[in-house]
Ligand binder design. Structure first.
Ligand SMILES: NCCCC[C@H](NC(=O)[C@@H](N)CCCCN)C(=O)O
Length: 454
């Protein structure tokens, strides 16, 4: 996931460079960014969850890592000089002309990569739930996400520098993307090694089983229908989509937003923004430990939404009025704290309320709803940005107030769902506020059509 998250954001600090070099407008950049989620939205993620529950972690993980490598290679080719001026480039550039051929092919590669990346995300979550069942699961998930965030930090730090590899006068987007593609190949090899370790772990689990233990129930397709008809599922999914839509799409525009508000170059903007994932990386595992030991998952979700609203309002209204690096830094750090609360509380709560046999599908369906938002919001933000800046063609002069207010409004809605979840938890006792380690020994409940199932 470390390398996957690096690849996701490798172009984020280079928005203005790709605009000048390949003619991608903010709109085109928005479409490219949203492409990561398109196939997932059109059902791939649902299929991925079923594959995971049917075929298991080892097969699905290897498949997903391979898909990521294929998608990355396509994107690398699209932005490379080899592709410019080819017959395919001419043909792709001949229709929907506001989206250059390179942007279309890069979006296609990113679309393939996105299928692998999200499939890997649910596979990793299910693997952690299996490996840490009854133990420090929230800490383990927090540590996994922390490593992924360090990947984002790393790429925001090195991407602009790699782009200058050939010299500051001849920056290129090819070097950073090629570097991350190579890392994804290493990631695939790492996962193949993990499959051997996991096979050995399964043997240990089988050996520890009592001979007369009841056979585990198999995953059924009707489980997917049951998950969909659960009110609890929809609240968690809505919270997830609203919160993450105000984080990941923001991440794509953040460097440019800081450049425009503070009048700084891409490297300085990335140097400020990279503290966002680093703050989250440092805190998520600690909050995971807190959740394992003390609980308060639903409360953490509410606090997180409040912090996010404050930060996005700061970027929308305060930073343009008081363009100070200290203010930008403070808001970025607080947003990092917010971004550690939701992931630390949300993902480890899912195994508390969903049965292990359909955990892969439960994660995939939450990811699916989330991906709809992640797909649409970069496009919407690109459009709002373009509409709010008529006649502005210098990518250093955009006014980001309206896009940032849009992000803040998502936080308000997420807050509403967080409060609803907490109220429901206090009435129906799902155990979301309880410590993780204790609740693992309790029965898992799964609510559907107003009833509560075991
Ligand atoms: N094992 C992963 C748990 C989820 C982590 C979560 N990621 C997501 O929600 C992804 N569906 C979206 C990732 C977007 C970048 N491709 C997270 O907090 O990162």
């Amino acid at each position: 996931m470390f390398f996957a998250y690096m690849f996701v954001d490798v172009m984020s600090p280079l928005q203005s460079l790709i605009e000048t070099q390949r003619g991608w407008s903010p709109d085109a950049f928005g479409y490219y960014a949203g492409a990561e989620y398109i196939l997932n939205v059109f059902g791939f993620l649902i299929l991925a969850g079923i594959i995971l529950d049917k075929m298991g972690v080892r097969f699905t993980g290897t498949l997903s890592a391979s898909i990521m490598v294929v998608g990355a290679c396509i994107k690398l080719y699209a932005i490379s000089d080899w592709f410019q001026g080819t017959a395919l480039d001419h043909w792709l550039s001949s229709w929907w002309v506001s989206m250059p051929g390179s942007a279309k092919l890069a979006a296609f590669g990113f679309l393939i990569f996105g299928c692998g990346c999200e499939m890997a995300g649910i596979t990793v979550s299910k693997a952690i739930a299996k490996w840490f069942n009854g133990k420090e699961m929230a800490f383990a998930m927090g540590a996994e996400m922390a490593i992924a965030r360090i990947g984002v930090f790393a790429i925001f730090s090195i991407s602009p520098r790699l782009a200058d590899w050939m010299g500051k006068d001849d920056p290129t987007v090819v070097v950073p993307v090629a570097f991350c593609t190579a890392l994804l190949c290493i990631g695939l090899i790492c996962f193949i090694i993990f499959t051997f370790i996991d096979r050995a772990f399964d043997k240990q689990l089988d050996a520890a089983k009592l001979p007369d233990a009841p056979a585990e129930e198999e995953f059924k397709l009707s489980d997917v229908k049951n998950i969909f008809s659960s009110k609890l599922f929809w609240i968690v999914a809505m919270l997830c989509v609203l919160y993450y839509s105000a984080i990941f799409p923001f991440q794509r525009y953040a460097a440019n937003m800081l450049q425009c508000n503070l009048g700084i170059d891409a490297t300085t903007a990335s140097d400020i923004f990279r503290w966002f994932p680093i703050g989250a990386a440092a805190l998520t595992p600690l909050l995971g430990i807190y959740l394992d030991v003390k609980g308060k998952g639903a409360t953490m979700l509410i606090v997180s939404a409040v912090l996010m609203i404050m930060c996005h309002c700061t970027f929308a209204l305060l930073l343009p009025a008081f363009p100070s690096k200290a203010l930008a830094f403070s808001a970025i750090i607080v947003l990092g704290i917010s971004f550690s609360l939701v992931p630390a509380a949300l993902w480890p709560s899912v195994p508390k309320i969903m049965d292990e046999r359909f955990l892969g599908s439960a994660y995939s369906l939450i990811f699916w709803v989330q991906n709809i938002g992640l797909c649409l919001f970069p496009i919407l933000i690109g459009k709002v940005l373009t509409a709010s800046n008529p006649g502005v063609d210098n990518p250093m002069e955009y006014n980001y107030t309206n896009p940032m207010l849009l992000f803040a409004s998502l936080g308000v809605l997420a807050l509403f769902f967080g409060i609803w979840l907490k109220v429901l938890d206090s009435k129906k006792h799902y155990g979301l506020e309880k410590p993780n380690i204790v609740s693992n020994t309790e029965e898992k409940v799964f609510e559907s059509e107003g009833e509560t199932f075991e």
